[in-house]
Design a protein around this ligand. Structure first.
Ligand SMILES: Cc1cc2nc3c(=O)[nH]c(=O)nc-3n(C[C@H](O)[C@H](O)[C@H](O)COP(=O)(O)OP(=O)(O)OC[C@H]3O[C@@H](n4cnc5c(N)ncnc54)[C@H](O)[C@@H]3O)c2cc1C
Length: 474
């Protein structure tokens, strides 16, 4: 029997919002005091939360704490190896009889949640869980044979016209906060910012608050969505929504985006909705095939003959490959914690195909440096470019960094934004500045901008040979 003087614990993770937060709405509906807790789960292995994500998480939590305070709730912080132990302890100290959370779908997260669920059941504590930040729960969308979709287009066609419950606003009337007398651990106890240094202050690019995300969404829908299909591939333009970090940390709910889109004509809505569904597809793929976070889905790619060369890898990481579009992308990542999607594809192709390095090297660097680092989207994106994933780009489609640059940054505006050394190079030459004639520019103007570290044409031939060898061995 649940007593009247007991509390409800709301365990928040990647759902740091008030709007369309179903676990919060449920906790409020119980009418009992609510304790909101965030636990920094100490993970190990490859995918420990990266530097840029820690920066974002710190400020997202700070903002969420203030938002909760405004409605009478207090967010408490814990940093523990054992989440079960931490929750059991909290349950005892606040006399909780119910714990609620929104579900997550990565393998480690789901395993932890299952352990907690079993522990709670053994203690007689009620657990209620709700759909997480997806439109369709991974595992719920299957093809006619009851199997997961492995190709995007049939998945998209299957879900595109499904009508989804619109977002809900949490009712705060009747909401009761919990009055703590015990000493509380504050946000700084999580130590999220310690040891993190960036080339530039990420705060000059981002406002990592819920309001920041909502403003971007509003601006995107009022000014940009109509031309999204034309502008989305041009990195010099702000043609995309930049909502990825807000979606990752659950500050904006994907149902909130759906609800905004649903009133628009399909010709305006569909190009953007399609990208939102790529996110759903990536989550579904990771759910069914969790090994793709670290291993090529097509196993033969593990024996490709990748070459790990630390010196070349560092040139790539630091934006010193001599290919301006690649270097601009890698410098955008270092300076802002984000990179335009078209450029993510170009730099990924360069690492895997021109430098012949395993995609995992790039995935790790992205993981550490992206504010939107997301296990499903990152693994999926890298394996798509590498040709090793499900529904991936064919391996023999090797991006030519010069042609890509001429096509998607014709004036070189994006390049000039991130590579000051090239600002005086005329647009015509900026895509391959090493072939510019001495009479066109003064060499001293390009400073120490490097020569290409590899020849694209020679690399292309080599990598396609290696690919054919791998196929012959199969
Ligand atoms: C190598 C590589 C690595 C990537 N790593 C990540 C990552 O770690 N985290 C991440 O969120 N995205 C990743 N992406 C996908 C994509 O580049 C970003 O989602 C997008 O650039 C985010 O910018 P936006 O919010 O302005 O996108 P918009 O164009 O405005 O799209 C809206 C939303 O749709 C989703 N979306 C868009 N494109 C994709 C896509 N190709 N795959 C899956 N979802 C998509 C994102 O949630 C995005 O916020 C990666 C892509 C590649 C090629």
């Amino acid at each position: 029997m649940e007593g009247l003087n007991t509390t409800t614990i709301l365990w928040v993770r990647n759902d740091l919002r008030l709007r369309d937060n179903q676990a919060l709405a449920y906790a409020v509906s119980l009418g009992r005091p609510i304790v909101v807790v965030f636990i920094l789960e100490e993970e190990s292995g490859d995918w420990v939360i990266g530097r840029a994500s820690r920066w974002w998480l710190h400020y997202a939590l700070k903002d969420f704490q203030q938002k909760l305070k405004a409605i009478g709730l207090r967010l408490i912080f814990k940093k523990e190896k054992s989440v079960e132990y931490c929750l059991c302890d909290l349950i005892k100290s606040v006399k909780a009889e119910c714990i609620v959370w929104n579900r997550r779908y990565d393998q480690t997260g789901m395993a932890t949640d299952l352990k907690v669920l079993k522990k709670m059941q053994s203690l007689g504590v009620k657990v209620e869980t709700f759909i997480g930040n997806v439109l369709f729960e991974p595992g719920s969308i299957l093809n006619k044979s009851g199997k997961p979709f492995k190709v995007f287009t049939p998945f998209y066609n299957h879900v595109r016209d499904v009508v989804i419950d619109k977002s809900c606003l949490v009712k705060t009337r009747g909401l009761v906060g919990y009055d703590f007398s015990a000493c509380l651990e504050e946000l700084d106890s999580l130590d999220l910012l310690s040891g993190i240094k960036f080339d530039q202050d990420l705060g000059s690019t981002w406002d990592p608050s819920i309001d920041g995300g909502e403003r971007l969404l509003e601006k995107f829908v009022s000014d940009k969505i109509r031309v999204y299909s034309i502008t989305r591939d041009f990195p010099a333009e702000e043609g995309t929504s930049r909502l990825s970090p807000y979606l990752h940390f659950g500050q904006i709910s994907v149902r909130q985006i759906y609800s905004v889109l649903s009133v628009l004509p399909s010709s305006v809505r569909d190009p953007y909705y399609r990208q939102i569904i790529w996110r759903e597809f990536a989550s579904t793929i990771l759910y069914f095939f969790p090994e793709i976070a670290s291993l090529s889905f097509k196993k033969e790619f593990e024996h490709f003959g990748w070459k790990l060369n630390e010196e070349l890898l560092n040139c790539w990481r630091e934006g010193r490959t001599g290919y301006p579009i690649v270097d601009a992308g890698m410098r955008e990542l270092r300076e802002t914690g984000w990179m335009h999607n078209r450029v993510r594809m170009i730099v990924a192709s360069f690492l895997v195909k021109d430098l012949m390095m395993h995609w995992i090297e790039g995935a790790r660097w992205f993981w550490d440096n992206l504010v939107d680092a997301d296990l499903a989207n990152n693994s999926f994106g890298w394996q798509w470019v590498a040709g090793s994933g499900l529904d991936a780009s064919p391996f023999f489609r090797v991006f030519n960094p010069i042609l890509q640059s001429q096509k998607f940054d014709p004036e070189g505006l994006y390049i000039k934004r991130y590579i000051p050394e090239l600002r005086k190079v005329p647009s015509k030459w900026i895509h391959a500045p090493w072939i510019v004639k001495d009479e066109v520019i003064d060499r001293r103007d390009v400073g120490d901008y490097p020569q290409p570290i590899v020849s694209h044409n020679a690399s292309r031939i080599n990598v396609l040979r290696a690919y054919n060898r791998m196929r012959d061995l199969k």
